[in-house]
Design a protein around this ligand. Structure first.
Ligand code: SAM
Length: 290
């Protein structure tokens, strides 16, 4: 049975049509809010990867009250163009670019976002490991841009694929948020690995400076090192403090033992040749019973 006929049978698909939502995903955001109350006191909100716009529709309906002189600001960003929506400022751009972060902030008149949501998904290849990896990269890109635009104490909600590396993603998110919860709205199909992380109380590590370089990969450090070597200048590393993630490097093994970079003569003990001969005729060497 084709995907489209399955979609048409789906209750949320039909409800979306009935309620004028551009996609059934609208219910995912509504159900996340039912549980976590993420819309409470929100004045500035950003919808990352927003097209065709059902999450922006929900935000507009839930946050903008009739006759409000100063309605909350809703900014929607996507690579693709979106049909206009009441009260939603739209920007066609890439969430991995600094210029996009700057564009978003320019709308908040010196303020920052209270809530950032991201339902981003790359084009699915059908290769599970690949799709999971790309989704994780998009989530990290969303986290990156969020560190530029979210106020301390704010909330970040994003789509995640529950794959084998999910604990690593949780650990990375936990560096920036006090509470990280994985939630699966009823409207998200059980057969799908999709879930949503709800990250509350944004509190970046002390001294953290937002950077569009993936905060977990520290790529600019290698670039800086290369430039330092080429120009023979011994400048200080621009990534310092919590921006520079370094894991402990531990050498193990007996420091008096063999060094793998050195060349040593073979041991000459007669016992060694006797043992080597025994090994030659052992079942393991002859590959018997294995
Ligand atoms: N939440 C949307 C809604 O309710 O209508 C649906 C979002 S759709 C599942 C995923 C979107 O992610 C696509 O429109 C795609 O263009 C967008 N996207 C993927 N990578 C992006 C990127 N790097 N920057 C901006 N948008 C991106």
């Amino acid at each position: 049975m084709g995907k489209s006929s399955k979609d048409k049978r789906d209750i949320y698909y039909r409800l979306a049509k009935e309620n004028g939502y551009r996609a059934r995903s609208a219910f995912k955001l509504l159900q996340i809010n039912e549980h976590f109350n993420i819309f409470k006191d929100v004045r500035n909100v950003v919808d990352l990867c927003a097209a065709p716009g059902s999450w922006s529709q929900v935000l507009s309906q839930q946050l903008i009250k009739e006759g409000d002189q100063h309605p909350p600001k809703i900014i929607a960003v996507d690579l693709q163009a979106m049909a206009p929506l009441p009260g939603v400022i739209q920007y066609q751009g890439d969430i991995t670019k600094t210029s996009t972060a700057e564009k978003i902030i320019s709308h908040f008149q010196g303020g920052l976002a209270d809530l950032v949501v991201c339902d981003g998904a790359p084009d699915v290849t059908g290769l599970h490991d690949m799709d999971e990896y790309i989704q994780a990269q998009l989530l990290l890109a969303a986290l990156n841009i969020t560190t530029h635009i979210l106020r301390t104490g704010g909330t970040f909600v994003a789509k995640i694929f529950r794959g084998k590396d999910i604990t690593l993603l949780y650990a990375q998110l936990k560096l920036f948020f006090k509470t990280v919860t994985c939630s699966k709205p009823r409207s998200s199909r059980n057969s799908s690995v999709e879930a949503f992380i709800v990250c509350q109380d944004y509190s970046p590590p002390e001294g953290y400076v937002p950077s569009m370089v993936n905060p977990m990969m520290d790529l600019s450090y290698s670039m800086h090192l290369l430039l330092t070597i080429l120009t023979l200048k011994d400048e200080a590393n621009p990534l310092v403090g919590p921006n520079r993630m370094i894991v402990p490097f531990i050498a193990c093994g007996d420091l008096e033992g063999f060094d793998s970079d050195m060349t040593y003569p073979l041991p000459v003990s007669p016992l060694f040749y006797f043992e080597a001969d025994l090994f030659r005729f052992s079942p393991m060497a002859l590959n018997i019973n294995h």
